[in-house]
Design a protein around this ligand. Structure first.
Ligand SMILES: C[S@@+](CC[C@H](N)C(=O)[O-])C[C@H]1O[C@@H](n2cnc3c(N)ncnc32)[C@H](O)[C@@H]1O
Length: 236
């Protein structure tokens, strides 16, 4: 298991002031799948540079009996390395908007034959009581709370009783950051059709509220600056 490293007061202040500056100069928002396709060549190095430890340990948070897993916004599958290391026989279904990201995943994990769906996780059916576990890593911070709530209810229905949802994502360190990002999102969101790559993180408390409202018993199990891991259990 990972050891939490929350921001100190000074780190948080520095972080907030740098964030306010960068949001004030943010470029026009790019369409989501085009954003990732364009950065495919550098994607894994950038992500591993920031979250190598979290990728390496994310499977520690799954239940002991994980035979089936839904990976929402799986991208190139960085989080699946630790999943397959702990559960070599797990049946994985991954959903992602980007065909380019999925093609990398398919090459890397061909030996495990994951089922991959190129589509929108808000629209692709997940089924009912179909999975032991669901996982999302650095994908949901692009959507406002109402959309997340909708997805959490869908994940809840897709899990078997006693199943577990694990989320590692960018969270707002405080209300001030949440509000700053929400305003930036409102300002930039209407430039074109489809999903846009804009960060709109929520505080940990807001996340837990949404997960609980969907029926989960949820807690924050880890934080590292603006990254948190949530474990959400569906009661038996
Ligand atoms: C930052 S990447 C994370 C990928 C992977 N989970 C990881 O941590 O390496 C976010 C991924 O979410 C996908 N994504 C964003 N919105 C989506 C949606 N509505 N449906 C399916 N995939 C989506 C993007 O295409 C992208 O591959």
């Amino acid at each position: 298991m990972l050891k939490s490293k929350p921001f100190t007061k000074e780190e948080r202040e520095r972080y907030l002031s740098a964030l306010a500056e960068s949001r004030a100069q943010a470029d026009p928002a790019e369409e989501m799948s085009a954003f990732f396709a364009k950065r495919l060549g550098i994607y894994e190095n950038v992500h591993l540079g920031r979250w190598a430890e979290e990728y390496a340990h994310i499977a520690d948070y799954l239940g002991r009996e994980t035979a089936s897993l839904l990976d929402i916004g799986c991208g190139t599958g960085l989080e699946l390395g630790s999943v397959y290391a702990r559960f070599p026989a797990v049946r994985v279904k991954g959903i992602d908007l980007s065909a380019e990201m999925l093609s990398e995943l398919r090459k890397k994990y061909a030996a495990y034959s994951p089922e991959l769906v190129c589509g929108d996780y808000f629209a692709v059916p997940f089924g009912e009581e179909a999975f032991d576990a669901a996982l999302s890593f650095e994908t949901l911070h692009h959507f406002p709370g109402e959309k997340k709530g909708e997805l959490y209810r869908k994940i809840f229905r897709a899990l078997k009783k006693g199943g577990r949802y694990v989320e590692c994502d960018y969270v707002a360190c405080c209300e001030e950051e949440e509000e700053l990002c929400r305003k930036d999102y409102e300002r930039r969101k209407n430039v074109r059709e489809g999903y846009l790559h804009i960060d709109i993180p929520l505080t940990k408390a807001r996340q837990i509220g949404l997960l609980s409202a969907a029926g989960f018993r949820a807690e924050t199990v880890y934080e590292n600056g603006s990254t948190a891991i949530f474990v959400a259990d569906k009661p038996r």
